[in-house]
Ligand binder design. Structure first.
Ligand code: ADP
Ligand code: ZN
Length: 439
């Protein structure tokens, strides 16, 4: 049995009442900071909040309206800045996956808090100062690279800040410096595996033990696939630039959902359509409030991400509540001939099929009045033996398994390895080519 390790045992295992106490203080601080921004000053005044003392209990949070991504865009570039510009030491923007980016400012203390949270995450996976950490997330405005970098240094890992892409160099670095831990998107990790053969390597030629995988939605079957192929342990890492970036929630050695740091954030889950608060274990949209941030405080920010909140102390001893693997963004859902389909359901089916390789695409088009779903997937080259009947049988099997899961018929296209485009950061998997037909 591996013993759980802690970066900050006292707070990570604090009793629930203690965490609520810290949260109430944090919420008051956040409201005080928010009142110093143009955006929240107006909004909070409308509901009668003019001082942090108006927050009497954590329940008062429910009276505050949600903050949305479009609020952040409207407040761009500095409507949400709560400190003097001279006190800001860095800014980050979101990747802009779903539109115009948003900006988040950090003071020195904000960066220190963020670094502490990422150090806790890294330690929770059992990684530490003996590890060599190759950070394959892009460095720059995107928070993926820099976000985990400082936490890794703080715990004392040897950090290789290579950033994304250039798979050949990644593999060379992994060999030369005996990298034991990597940080990447799951799609890039699958790509790394698919390049091993071309470089005359096998996973046994590497010293890799763990991967921190995040920045995009992926299924449990993808995790298992990567763990099986590479012979490593993979830990789910969740973050978004609006809540700093990586370090928001992470799996521990028990891989039993992701620990959220509740002294830094308040989490709620709502029905994305009505905005009503949902109970524990009910799936809906995650809403988050910052408790430590000075420069850009955010109250009840709608993340757009679908998950469930779980309470109860984890086998590792951490008491903070957990969130389930993210199913996707609420706006990822495709409506195909009237049926709701999440890309993650398609992925989950594909990655369970051993013949299926490491890359796929989902394309939706219009055929007359009907929607047509095409699933393109790479399969391993050993399948292309010239035996057409075997390929046809595989196609049929994939079609059936998909139909059983998503209840929609799909056209299945099989591609050779390397046949579909590769993404070094967040992958683009879904191509909805119906113009303005949805919604
Ligand atoms: P953008 O929203 O423009 O992509 P970010 O770089 O801030 O900007 O990305 C954050 C988003 O990435 C999250 O809101 C979520 O949708 C997705 N994400 C991050 N980590 C995970 C994860 N482990 N599982 C699923 N989705 C994730
Ligand atoms: Zn745990």
């Amino acid at each position: 049995m591996v013993e759980p390790e802690f970066w900050n045992r006292e707070i990570e295992t604090a009793p629930a009442e203690k965490i609520r106490e810290v949260q109430l203080e944090g919420l008051r601080r956040t409201v005080a900071a928010a009142l110093r921004t143009r955006f929240y000053h107006r909004r909070l005044k409308e509901i009668g909040f003019t001082s942090p003392e108006d927050i009497r209990s954590l329940d008062d949070l429910k009276r505050i309206p949600f903050t949305t991504k479009s609020d952040l865009r409207e407040a761009y570039p500095d409507g949400l800045l709560a400190v003097e510009r001279d006190d800001v030491v860095r800014l980050h923007t979101s990747s802009g996956t779903t539109g115009t980016p948003t900006v988040i400012y950090h003071t020195r203390s904000d960066l220190e808090h963020w670094t502490e949270l990422t150090a806790r995450c890294i330690t929770a996976t059992g990684a530490g100062r003996r590890d060599v950490f190759q950070n394959m997330m892009t460095y720059g405005l995107f928070t993926g690279g820099l976000g985990l970098h400082y936490g890794a240094e703080l715990v004392g890992m040897l950090v290789i800040p290579v950033g994304g892409g250039n798979t050949r160099r990644q593999l060379k670095l992994m060999r030369d410096f005996r990298t034991t831990v990597v940080h990447a998107t799951p799609s890039y990790m699958l790509h790394i595996y698919s390049r091993l053969e071309a470089e005359n390597l096998t996973p046994q030629d590497l010293s890799l033990r763990k991967a921190f995988l995040g920045a995009e939605a992926y299924s449990e079957s993808t995790r298992r696939k990567i763990e099986g192929l590479m012979g490593i342990d993979c830990y789910n890492s969740y973050g978004l630039s609006e809540m700093n970036g990586p370090g928001v929630a992470f799996e521990c050695i028990f891989k039993d959902d992701m620990h959220v740091w509740e002294d830094a954030y308040i989490v709620e889950v709502i029905d994305p359509a009505s905005g009503d608060l949902l109970g524990e274990d009910e799936e809906g949209e995650l809403v988050m409030t910052t408790l430590q941030r000075e420069a850009t405080p955010l109250l009840r920010y709608r993340t757009g991400d679908l998950t469930r909140i779980r309470s109860g102390v984890c086998a590792c001893g951490r008491s903070h509540r957990r969130i389930a693997r993210i199913k996707g963004r609420s706006d990822d859902m495709l409506i195909i001939n009237g049926v709701n389909v999440y890309p993650s359901q398609v992925e989950s089916v594909l990655m369970r099929i051993p013949e299926v390789g490491t890359n796929y695409q989902i394309v939706v088009t219009k055929e007359g009045a009907l929607d047509r779903l095409t699933v393109k997937t790479e399969i391993y080259s050993k399948m292309f033996t010239g035996d057409a009947a075997a390929l046809e049988a595989l196609r049929g099997r994939i079609r059936e398994l998909l139909k059983a899961e998503i209840l929609v018929g799909a056209v299945v296209e099989l591609h050779e390895p390397g046949g579909l485009p590769v993404y070094e950061g967040k992958a683009r998997r879904v191509f909805d080519e119906r113009v303005g037909e949805q919604g």
